[in-house]
Design a protein around this ligand. Structure first.
Ligand code: PEP
Length: 267
């Protein structure tokens, strides 16, 4: 049997930080400081800086992602940005980030429609899932993540086993986002495998190849614990992704895993 091939992916989520005046320069600096071709790198700036970041990254192999898209392609939705509008500016898109689930009360059903819009527009979605602290304390972390995956992916995979091709999932325990607390590597690793098992159970084609990232207060000091786990394929990085030296350290560590997987024939 052929070994499973999964890439190592580092996604930077700048959230509501940077301005048009500094976003392009920050993106260029990160691209220069993280030039490890075996690591897939994606920068997700605020929507208003997508064009500037896209221009700054032209000629590099760093991809541009959006932080969100609307659940409809077009329509009377003042102030919103849809997936077809992002195509040309971005090739990736975060969907279902816990800050949007919390602040915009996004449901799994809405997130499912956003995923569909991404696939239709040729954007590669990063679906974010993760439990609240009380759900983990009550032993319901895996059940919560399963419910989120079923709600977001069930209808899509129902259209055909390869309907979610290109999907990346980020496991982000909500209590670890922006708090300085991280999950234990072993816990994140078992959740990553559980995510692939759920995708497989839903009928996803080749779920063993689904890249699963960890997110939650990742820094250059903590990334190693997660990338030491064979089931984890990279990170979604928030706060630390605004610091060039942090991104340099994170991607340098990711390149070690990418090289090791390459040599072992598993990436
Ligand atoms: C995130 O934005 O998805 C995230 C994980 O943020 P932070 O790294 O700041 O916790």
């Amino acid at each position: 049997m052929m070994p499973v091939v999964r890439p190592v992916v580092i996604v930077a989520n700048w959230k509501m930080h940077t301005t048009l005046a500094d976003a392009g320069e920050l993106a260029s600096s990160i691209a220069r400081a993280t030039a490890h071709p075996r690591v897939t790198r994606v920068i997700c700036p605020p929507h208003v800086s997508l064009a500037a970041v896209s221009a700054a990254l032209r000629g590099t192999d760093v991809a541009v992602g959006a932080q969100d898209c609307h659940s409809e392609a077009f329509g009377p939705y003042t102030g919103s940005v849809s997936a077809p509008m992002l195509a040309g500016l971005a090739t990736w898109c975060l969907v279902g980030h816990s800050e949007r689930r919390r602040d915009q009360t996004e449901t799994d059903e809405l997130i499912s429609r956003k995923l569909l819009r991404c696939f239709e527009a040729g954007l590669r979605p990063v679906l974010c899932v993760g439990e609240q602290l009380e759900e983990r304390d009550d032993g319901r972390a895996a059940a919560t993540v399963r419910t989120q995956l079923e709600g977001a992916l069930g209808a899509i995979i129902g259209r055909g086993p390869d309907a979610a091709a290109g999907l990346v999932v980020a496991y982000e325990p909500v209590w670890a986002i922006g708090t300085g607390r991280t999950a234990r590597g072993a816990d994140a690793a078992s959740m990553a495998q559980a995510i692939r098992d759920v995708a497989d159970g839903l009928g996803m084609d080749d779920a063993a190849s689904l890249p699963v990232l960890y997110g939650g207060s990742v820094t250059s000091a903590t990334i190693g614990e997660f990338l030491a786990e064979p089931t984890i394929d990279g990170a979604l990085v928030g706060g630390a992704s605004l610091k060039v030296e942090e991104m340099a350290g994170i991607v340098a560590r990711a390149s070690v895993t990418a090289e090791a997987r390459q040599s072992a024939g598993v990436a």
